[in-house]
Design a protein around this ligand. Structure first.
Ligand code: ITT
Length: 194
């Protein structure tokens, strides 16, 4: 396996890392994890956050990296928590989100993911993916992480992400869509499959 096919994924989140490993291996790419994400700036879009972070980490480690940032945007809450998804999860959690939506019939929500690639002295390339769905009325399932127990993608039967295996979630998720776009771009520009 050549070095070009091993990409460092800067994330503190082991679930994300597992999901990414499975997606990228389909393209002959190997991923290693580094528990580092640069300074997470507060920005309106996941793309901005991922880009700034990828450039910083690549410069710091002097190697090629990817960084991924996700937010969940709930229509009836005017996009909240969006860029504040991490903070909202730590503070009010899924139960708090369900309380905010109590009695509200519009449950539409979207997960937005941005995967950003950078290497030393290179700006960044960013790839986006979305999963459209709705916020369920209660927490369901024990797989996954974060908002997975309350999010039902429109595609994927009647299951929340937390009721799916990683392989199933990867068929529909925001992150896998962004990662696939990245992998296609990377393989066009660098040596990939043997
Ligand atoms: P990093 O180290 O990669 O930053 P993180 O868990 O902090 O990992 P994000 O900032 O991208 O990841 O995520 C913002 C919040 O959204 C956080 O609370 C996550 O648990 C949650 N989240 C991210 N991706 C998710 C997914 O696929 N399913 C459910 N929740 C997710």
């Amino acid at each position: 396996m050549s070095n070009k096919r091993t990409i460092l994924f800067a994330t503190g989140n082991l679930h994300k890392f597992k999901e990414a490993t499975l997606v990228l291996q389909e393209y002959g790419l190997k991923v290693a994890r580094v528990d580092l994400k640069g300074s997470e700036i507060q920005a309106e879009t996941v793309e901005e956050v991922a880009k700034v972070s990828a450039v910083q980490v690549a410069q710091q480690l002097q190697t090629q990296v990817i960084v991924e940032d996700t937010g969940i945007f709930i229509e009836a809450l005017n996009g909240f928590p969006g860029p504040y998804s991490s903070y909202a999860y730590k503070t009010i959690g899924n139960k708090g989100i369900l309380k905010l939506l109590k009695g509200i019939s519009n449950r539409k929500a979207v997960f937005r993911s941005a995967v950003s690639y950078s290497k030393p002295n290179f700006s960044a390339r960013c790839f986006s993916g979305v999963a459209l769905g709705k916020i369920f009325h209660e927490e369901r399932g024990s797989h996954g992480f974060g908002y997975d127990p309350i999010f039902k993608p429109f595609r994927g039967g009647d299951k929340t992400f937390a009721e799916m295996t990683i392989e199933d979630k990867n068929q529909y998720s925001h992150r896998s869509k962004a990662l696939k776009k990245f992998a296609k771009w990377y393989c066009q520009n660098y040596e990939c499959k043997s």
